[in-house]
Design a protein around this ligand. Structure first.
Ligand SMILES: [Zn+2]
Length: 480
């Protein structure tokens, strides 16, 4: 991808990125070389490397040892740093995570943990999720530190282990055991939202402006385990009330559950913004999502067939784990299944588990909750949201900034629970083709995205600190 293709990216006018600008790319390549696959994570060495980088810049730092699942696992840790402000504002936290999901080297074109920079991209597991975020946060913090003029608020850098398996031994541990490191933080930025680049319209209409998606809420997980028990015995004499047939009957009812449609305001707003660029037959439906889903059966069918869209308007259940039996001729006495249910804001996992029990309608099937926390939202009418909006306007007057919900979850909720306004937003320009590597193969991020990400994040932090309301002075560069 050429340096000029990111419409609306500052400085992207045909010149090569300056040499010093490659810092976040070099840093990211190095971070990728720590194979912090979770489980077991083993993020300790990576966290220490990051703390050393921040130490060298003279920042106040902490390397926080965090718990392991097994004492034989490699050490785990979080990295923390503080860029002190004048104290006239409350802190902003830059949160990312150090663990990554596994990567099968056989399936990748480049080795997933080699940290290769080639053809303007950094390749490797974590390039997007989320070491690329760590690198941008760190580089932005160092830039602000080098400038020397203190901001009003402290900027806190926090990179935690264990996000990919739920954050209990990472973000939650830090929040509970080291609340003093968060100060009385007001805001937090983390993964979960990005910028869809401006592009030509697919249908030959006017160009589609860039879309800045700021995640203000996430669905809440409600992970359930079903257990059935029956008489163990010989495979030659089957019994209908054995554990496995009972479990299958229960799962057959579970897979037919159709949760009611509920369109949240955030979700309706997001689709309204997407409407002009939707396929022609869906434009009206996107523009008035709630009523179209109710009144237009053809649109409803098309919309719900898209699993990502479907997940934004209802509670969902995926059957993800089955466990029973090990020999063809032995009837096992127990069978288990796990369900990954995701609930809309305002729903309770306890009620949902009760509804699942009612649908199964078999008292011999135990339904137990493995993990749940309620979905929480942050308001969109805050100085941080406004700062992002103004920076977007300056970079690209056509840009659309929209608050949104995502179907997955990040560590943001641990902080929303503490009344910190947490947004899932990293300023990086990602089209659909760019995000396929997240939890997939050949994960990569462009060097120009990292460079523009640092510039834009610094601009947002400065804007939050000293809002430039009104038109910019005529001689101001259009870019950070
Ligand atoms: Zn992530």
């Amino acid at each position: 991808m050429g340096w000029t293709l990111l419409t609306g990216v500052p400085g992207a006018r045909g010149e090569e990125p300056p040499a010093q600008a490659a810092y976040p790319a070099r840093l990211l390549a190095e971070l990728i070389r720590f194979p912090s696959v979770n489980p077991p994570g083993g993020e300790g060495a990576l966290a220490a490397r990051i703390v050393a980088e921040l130490d060298a810049a003279g920042l106040e730092t902490r390397l926080i040892a965090t718990p392991r699942l097994d004492p034989n696992d490699p050490p785990r840790a979080a990295a923390w740093a503080r860029l002190p402000g004048t104290g006239d504002g409350r802190p902003l936290i830059l949160l990312s995570h150090l663990d990554v999901v596994p990567a099968d080297p056989e399936a990748w074109q480049t080795p997933p943990f080699a940290g290769v920079i080639e053809d303007g991209f950094v390749y490797g597991r974590g390039a997007l999720d989320a070491k690329g975020v760590t690198a941008v946060h760190l580089a932005a913090l160092l830039r602000l530190a080098q400038e020397g003029t203190p901001l009003e608020r402290d900027i806190l850098f926090l990179a935690t282990p264990d996000e990919e398996t739920g954050g209990l031994l990472g973000a939650r541990y830090v929040v509970e055991e080291y609340p003093e490191l968060l100060g009385n933080a007001e805001f937090l930025l983390t993964e979960g939202g990005s910028i869809r680049p401006a592009r030509a319209s697919l249908g030959g209409g006017p160009p589609v402006p860039s879309l800045w998606g700021i995640t203000i809420t996430e669905k809440g997980p409600c992970w359930l385990e079903l257990t059935t028990r029956g008489k163990a015995g010989h495979g030659s004499a089957p019994r209908p009330d054995a554990a496995i047939p009972r479990l299958i009957a229960a799962l057959d009812r579970v897979r037919r559950i159709e949760s009611p449609i509920r369109v949240l305001d955030e979700v309706a707003d997001m689709f309204r913004v997407l409407a002009p660029d939707a396929p022609r037959e869906d434009r009206v439906g996107f523009a008035s999502l709630a009523s179209s889903l109710e009144k237009d059966p053809a649109f409803r069918r098309r919309f719900l067939l898209n699993p990502g869209y479907n997940a934004l308007v209802r509670n969902t259940i995926s059957i993800t784990v089955l466990a029973a039996g090990s020999s063809t001729n032995v009837v096992p006495g127990e069978a288990r299944a796990r369900l990954d249910a995701r609930l809309l804001p305002g729903e309770s996992c306890e009620d949902f588990a009760g509804a699942v029990r009612d649908v199964i309608a078999d008292p011999a099937v135990e339904v137990e909750t493995l993990l749940s926390f309620p979905s929480r939202s942050s308001p969109a009418d805050t100085p941080l949201f406004e700062a992002i909006q103004r920076v977007a306007d300056r970079l690209d007057p056509e840009a659309i900034v929209v608050p949104r919900m995502i179907g997955g979850f990040t560590d943001a909720h641990w902080f929303r629970e503490r009344q910190i306004v947490a947004y899932g937003f990293v300023p990086r320009w990602l089209g659909r083709a760019d995000t396929g590597g997240i939890h997939g193969i050949d994960e990569k991020v462009s060097v120009e995205n990292l460079v523009a990400g640092v510039d834009t994040l610094v601009a947002i932090i400065r804007e939050l600190d000293a809002p430039q309301v009104g038109p910019p002075p005529a001689n101001e560069a259009p870019a950070p």
